[in-house]
Design a protein around this ligand. Structure first.
Ligand SMILES: *[C@@H]1O[C@H](CO)[C@@H](O)[C@H](O)[C@H]1NC(C)=O
Ligand SMILES: *[C@@H]1O[C@H](CO)[C@@H](O)[C@H](O)[C@H]1NC(C)=O
Ligand SMILES: *[C@@H]1O[C@H](CO)[C@@H](O)[C@H](O)[C@H]1NC(C)=O
Ligand SMILES: *[C@@H]1O[C@H](CO)[C@@H](O)[C@H](O)[C@H]1NC(C)=O
Ligand SMILES: *[C@@H]1O[C@H](CO)[C@@H](O)[C@H](O)[C@H]1NC(C)=O
Ligand SMILES: *[C@@H]1O[C@H](CO)[C@@H](O)[C@H](O)[C@H]1NC(C)=O
Ligand SMILES: *[C@@H]1O[C@H](CO)[C@@H](O)[C@H](O)[C@H]1NC(C)=O
Length: 410
């Protein structure tokens, strides 16, 4: 019998990995190799003058009754990856697994196939049309930043040199596309509510304190954004309790993480209800991104992690790192909202992808792992973050499908 950690130990175990590898914005360096895109340049395929509605076949949209989060990964080395690691100059070292020495690239060749329908194929020009004149912002931690990075890479090859720019203005990263007047942004807020970890370039990691009753310092950045995509999970899961304050007088005490998470989401929900105009703004929430820290969960009897995994899990599978109580709180809070927030429930589909984490082919505190560290995957493999191209691209394909459905219904 392999020892199973107690739930408490699991919550604690989640974080030390994240700790070393959650990349501070300040450490993000742009890899400025100007390799031309060899893939995904669709300018030649679609004629802009045709108008956006002609880009996408009528049948190519998700049906209301289809649950796109239920399905399986299908091997597809013809259409995937949607862009190449070396052709996206905006990828950060943390996620360029091939460049960092990963021997196989199988993880790039899987397509998410819902059981009840097909996802529309991601067309960069269609996405640009839908976002024309708009701001889209991803709010959350480093996992959310990967989704931002993914979207930038999915789109950038369709935009000529000199007509796009990426700027780091902590706590934001901003990708601008001039010809379409689009701003794609990332905003660092690992707890969504205020916390002492909010400095994007220099945050406390072990010591954490959350203000459960306030989002005030963030909202000047969120106000008026056309599409907001929120996410927050792994930073909460350090210990079963977390130091936090709520209301007046200002008193810091330990809260159960689940209690704290609910209060934080309610604070966020109140802000949404008072400030979002559902006619003009859209709000999404990403469910938790799963981790693959304990191989005995999918391979009984083993005692490793995601390191050296090269294939997805064939379902059914749900890891204990994806806390169902937190999921339930998310469900309750979203259900109670007076405005529509679309939950993109990507946890299950990502659960299958034990093969797609950065593992030892990444960096820690701004430096690539050394040979010695790479040789010690038990200590150094990062089984929280994902390689790009990879799983976060699928999250964006789903986000695209939802935006498209809405756009075509107008
Ligand atoms: C794609 O996958 C198939 C099946 O595994 C394989 O036979 C083929 O060589 C692969 N093609 C490329 C270009 O990797
Ligand atoms: C980061 O912040 C801590 C305290 O908040 C401070 O002691 C430290 O000098 C800062 N580091 C940098 C690089 O500014
Ligand atoms: C965040 O930390 C950096 C480095 O310590 C500091 O220069 C910067 O002013 C801080 N930002 C904010 C908003 O406090
Ligand atoms: C909360 O803060 C107190 C005082 O700084 C500290 O002793 C305690 O370990 C903290 N609790 C957690 C869960 O970090
Ligand atoms: C915290 O959680 C534990 C175990 O789930 C429970 O026994 C306790 O009552 C909770 N405390 C609070 C303040 O909710
Ligand atoms: C997300 O999907 C999982 C199963 O795939 C389900 O258990 C969970 O309840 C869903 N979450 C919400 C908030 O609906
Ligand atoms: C929320 O979305 C549903 C389905 O798209 C729609 O029927 C409902 O009217 C919307 N509610 C609000 C408050 O916009």
């Amino acid at each position: 019998m392999k020892p199973r950690p107690s739930p408490d130990r699991q919550i604690q175990a989640l974080f030390p990995f994240a700790l070393g590898s959650i990349l501070v914005l300040g450490g993000v360096r742009l890899v400025l190799d100007n390799l031309r895109s060899r893939h995904g340049n669709v300018n030649g395929i679609f004629d802009r003058r045709m108008g956006p509605r002609m880009f996408v076949p009528e049948g190519d949209r998700i049906k209301d009754e289809c649950n796109v989060f239920e399905g399986r990964w299908i091997w597809d080395n013809v259409s995937y990856p949607l862009y190449r690691e070396e052709s996206c100059p905006y990828l950060v070292k943390q996620v360029t697994c091939l460049k960092n020495g990963r021997p196989d690239s199988y993880y790039q060749n899987w397509r998410w196939q819902p059981s009840g329908c097909n996802l529309p194929r991601f067309h960069p020009l269609m996405m640009l049309e839908m976002l024309r004149g708009k701001r889209i912002m991803f709010v959350g931690d480093s996992l959310q930043r990967a989704q931002f990075d993914s979207l930038v890479c999915l789109l950038q090859s369709a935009i000529p040199q000199g007509r796009k720019s990426l700027k780091r203005i902590p706590p934001r990263k901003i990708f601008k596309i001039e010809d379409y007047d689009i701003s794609i942004e990332y905003y660092w807020a690992p707890f969504i509510v205020e916390s002492i970890s909010d400095n994007a370039t220099n945050h406390t990691v072990r010591k954490r304190m959350v203000r459960l009753d306030s989002v005030a310092s963030h909202t000047k950045y969120w106000n008026g954004v056309d599409v907001l995509v929120f996410e927050s999970y792994v930073w909460w899961m350090y210990k079963p309790v977390i130091n936090a304050s709520y209301g007046t007088p200002f008193i810091v005490r330990e809260y159960n993480v689940t209690t704290a998470y609910r209060l934080a989401l309610e604070t966020w929900a109140n802000w949404l209800e008072a400030n979002i105009n559902p006619q003009t703004q859209k709000v999404f929430f990403m469910s938790m991104s799963p981790t693959h820290l304990w191989s005995w969960e999918w391979k009984p009897g083993s005692n490793e992690n995601c390191f050296s995994e090269s294939h997805p899990i064939e379902g059914p599978y749900w890891g204990t790192g994806s806390n169902l109580e937190i999921m339930g709180i998310l469900h309750d809070v979203l259900k109670g909202l007076k405005i529509n927030v679309t939950l993109l429930n990507i946890t299950q589909l990502s659960e299958y992808r034990k093969d797609a984490h950065t593992s030892v082919f990444t960096e820690r505190k701004g430096k690539l792992l050394t040979k010695e560290q790479k040789a010690d995957p038990k200590r150094f493999a990062d089984c929280i973050h994902w390689c790009l191209p990879g799983v976060p691209d699928a999250w964006n394909e789903i986000l695209y499908a939802y935006l498209l459905k809405d756009y075509q219904n107008k």
